[in-house]
Write a protein that binds this ligand. Structure first.
Ligand SMILES: [Zn+2]
Ligand SMILES: [Zn+2]
Length: 179
């Protein structure tokens, strides 16, 4: 297991771990995590409708996770999200982003911007909806990814480069990120 504390979005990674059923592991990790990370978990789960006792800071990691998931697991954090493929008008450049087809369209093919709408990719469970600014290209086992930072909440996200669709990511825009 990768250490969620070393990820750019530790809480997102933690929730992804939980959504795969590794609650025990995630709880153990949370026991060793600092107070600020626990606070972030409480804040993010709270925004999704979870409630915590006043002494949440001293709770066992597993208990904290259970509370975080009690209200959110079924409704918001889908354990096996179906990635949605939807067309949209880009809020950044205003151009049309058609459906991906072979793969779900999750960012604008023209300017590469995206929206912070997912916790687990494709689930549309994030309440933020801030603009995801493309920062750079990163290599991953799944292929090239675009690293994003949310302009509203600062969360970092990655989406796969979509260069093999009918309307592929603009090569010039990708080159701009690769520099
Ligand atoms: Zn755009
Ligand atoms: Zn955000």
């Amino acid at each position: 297991m990768r250490d969620p504390g070393k990820e750019s979005d530790p809480i997102g990674s933690l929730l992804a771990l939980v959504s795969r059923g590794d609650v025990k592991m995630a709880g153990a990790w949370l026991d060793g995590a600092g107070r600020s990370l626990r606070g972030e978990l409480v804040a993010r789960a709270g925004a999704l409708g979870a409630t915590f006792p006043e002494d949440w800071a001293v709770l066992e990691g597993r208990r904290l996770l259970k509370l975080a998931l009690a209200r959110t697991q079924g409704a918001q954090i889908r354990t096996n999200p179906i990635a949605r493929d939807e067309s949209f008008s880009c809020v950044h450049c205003g151009r049309d982003a058609p459906k991906g087809g072979r793969r779900p369209r999750d960012h604008c093919p023209h300017c590469l911007h995206s929206l912070h709408v997912d916790i687990v990719p494709g689930d549309r469970a994030a309440d933020c909806a801030g603009l995801l600014i493309p920062l750079r290209l990163v290599a991953s086992p799944k292929g090239a990814m675009i690293q994003y930072r949310c302009a509203r909440c600062g969360a970092e996200r990655r989406n796969r480069v979509l260069d093999d669709l009918a309307v592929p990511d603009d090569p010039a825009a990708l080159r701009g990120l690769a520099r």
